[in-house]
Structure formats: C-alpha cells, structure tokens
Design a protein around this ligand. Structure first.
Ligand code: PBG
Length: 340
C-alpha cells in the first residue's frame, strides 16, 4: 500500500529547493527588472516647482524643468518609458476640450523637451479629454451629461495627432470610446506617423481606485461626484474585457492594458493567455495610496511589499507595469547591481 511505502518520508519534499538562496534563485519563474516599468508623471505649468499630491504621498506634480531632471534619472536607472499626465489650469478647460490638441500645449511642449534632451527615453502620452473638460469627463457631453462617442473620438484623433507631431513614441487612449483605436490608427497612417505605437487602455474599469489620480490632475472637483460608468467597464465583468481587447487589436493597437492592476490580475492572466500580445497593467493611484499609507504607518515593509506587488503582475502575465513606484524600484535594482 502506498501509505506503507511512504511511511517514513514524504513522496516529494517541495522544501528541498527552497532551502538555499542559490536554488531559490535558480528555479525562480519570474523576475522584475527596470525594463518592465513605465513611470507616470504629473506635469504642470511654471518653473522650478514641485507640488506634493496629498493623497499620493511621495508623488509630486512637476514643472517641465523638474521633469527633465526626473527623466535623466529614469535613463540612468534603465526605465524604458515615461508617461505624461497634465494638470491643466481651470481657465484652459472647456466643453470642447480644445486645449487637448493645442500644438504648443503643456503635454506637447513636454514631449518636445523630453525627446530633445533624452531621445532614448520612450515617451507615452495619455489620449483622453478629462484634464481638459470643465466637467472632468473623458469626452464631449450632451445636455444630459452623456458622453457622445463619435464626437469625442474626432477630438481624440486630433489630440493623438498633436502628440505624434511633436514626437510622442506611444499614444495611449484611456478614454474607452468605441472605435477610437481604429480612428486614431487610420489618422496616424494617413499623416505619415506609421511608427507611432498605440498602447490601448483596453480593459479599463469604472474603478474607485482612480480617486487620488483625479486629485493629482485636478479633475475630481470638476467631476462633482460623477462617475464614468457609461464608458468604462463594470468591475463585475471579465469576458467583456476580453472583447474590448479583441476589438482594440483588430483596430490596430500594438499593446493592450488592463487597469486597475492588483484587483484585476485575473484579467491580466486571461488577456495574456488568450491573445499572447504585449500586455500591460496599471498599478493605479489608489493602489499606490493604499500601499503608501500602510508603509508610512509601519504596517508594511516598504521594499519587500512593493517588490512583491510588482513581481506578481509579472507572474499573472504582464509584460510591463505602469507604476508610481517605477523610479524607486529601478533605483533599488540599479543599486543592487552596483553593490561591489
Ligand atoms: C484619464 C485617466 C485616469 C487614469 C489614467 N488616465 C483617470 C480616470 O479614468 O478617471 C487613472 C490613473 C490612476 O488612477 O493612477 N482618462
């Protein structure tokens, strides 16, 4: 009887390979490196200024000169891509979000400055209208406040073209309008921007975890407690997320994204398994705020907790992670690599 044979030792000792650091390293299935990280940064007008974001301790809004300092560090630590999120002055916001495609707007100037100073650093821009609308929705609204899909898409196309024109490497539509990837891809092709990449926020959920981001860009006051449920996905759904990814790929996305991250790792796994395309996840502002709050209270150990949270994105199948910890993590990894 089997029970008899194994009476004195377990059939297999899973702990054998866990005994020493060398074998734990040898059999590790996943590894986090600086190459996996995208660093989101909030930018604002002005000079020589940094402004703390209270609901995101450690995160600051930067003027463009400060942005260049950060970019230098990202290059040094090997982070491949920076993502830009603008804080737009109230007087520049409007119902039709014209400022979004101003050829010399804040984002457009930031892209130009970054590409001039650090051509090797990939620049990703957010394509959505929420920083530019007086009501904080991602698009143009009708009399009832409903976001009008195709009218919004027309403006998103102008916005994406204005980013490509100044040298953005990746445009990332985060608005969730139907058909916008196809419209943007067509316009990019027609205007000669054949190598501008599209990272689609494909499975983007109507999540409460974006709160601190909306504080950071100053759209929460404009939103007045409103939500984005008529265009962002219902957190109850997962098949619908796959359908969104399928459409975005069909329409010409080069890379797709799941957002938020940690509560949505099942989606990351399913997207990667099903499509096998470059798949990204966004560890959003609310996830950052939760971790920071616990870390600052001494309830979680900073480095191990952050590294574990990010490694688990990779285990789920993500090729990369947008995270406010990108610079810090890349710095830790850099310092570990330069110990001797
Ligand atoms: C704007 C946008 C949002 C985020 C990225 N782009 C907010 C939203 O959809 O309301 C959230 C990022 C974060 O929470 O860190 N379309």
């Amino acid at each position: 009887m089997t029970q008899q044979i194994f009476a004195h030792f377990p059939a297999s000792r899973m702990r054998r390979l866990r005994r020493h650091d060398f074998s734990r390293r040898l059999v590790a299935e996943n590894k986090l490196t600086a190459d996996d990280l995208i660093y989101p940064v909030f930018i604002m007008e002005g000079e020589n200024e940094r402004e703390a974001v209270p609901s995101m301790p450690g995160v600051e809004r930067l003027t463009l000169d400060q942005l260049l300092i950060e970019a230098g560090l990202l290059v040094k630590y090997g982070v491949p891509v920076i993502a830009l999120f603008p804080v737009i002055a109230q007087e520049k916001k409007s119902l039709l979000a014209e400022e979004a495609y101003h050829p010399n707007g804040l984002v457009q100037r930031a892209v130009k400055a970054l590409k001039a100073a650090y051509p090797e650093l990939g620049v990703l821009t957010d394509v959505a209208l929420d920083p530019y609308t007086t009501h904080g929705q991602d698009g143009i609204i009708d009399a009832e406040g409903y976001v009008i899909n195709d009218t919004t898409t027309d403006i998103l196309v102008k916005q994406a073209l204005s980013h490509a024109a100044v040298g953005a490497d990746i445009v990332a539509p985060s608005d969730m309008m139907d058909g916008r990837i196809g419209a943007i891809r067509t316009a990019l092709e027609q205007n000669g921007f054949v190598n501008t990449q599209i990272m689609a926020y494909s499975a983007k959920y109507a999540s409460s975890f974006y709160g601190p981001f909306r504080d950071a860009v100053g759209s929460s006051n404009n939103l007045k407690g409103g939500n984005k449920k008529t265009y962002q996905l219902d957190p109850a759904n997962s098949n619908e997320g796959l359908q969104e990814v399928a459409l975005d790929l069909q329409e010409g996305a080069d890379m797709v994204m799941v957002k938020p991250g940690m509560p949505y790792l099942d989606l990351v796994y399913r997207v990667k398994q099903h499509f096998g395309v470059p798949t990204f996840a966004y560890q959003v502002s609310g996830e950052y705020a939760m971790l920071q709050a616990a870390i600052q209270n001494g309830w979680l150990a900073e480095k191990p907790a952050i590294m574990e949270a990010l490694l688990c994105f990779k285990r789920a199948g993500a090729d990369g992670i947008l995270t406010y910890y990108a610079k810090q993590v890349a710095q830790w990894l850099y310092e570990e690599g330069h110990k001797n």
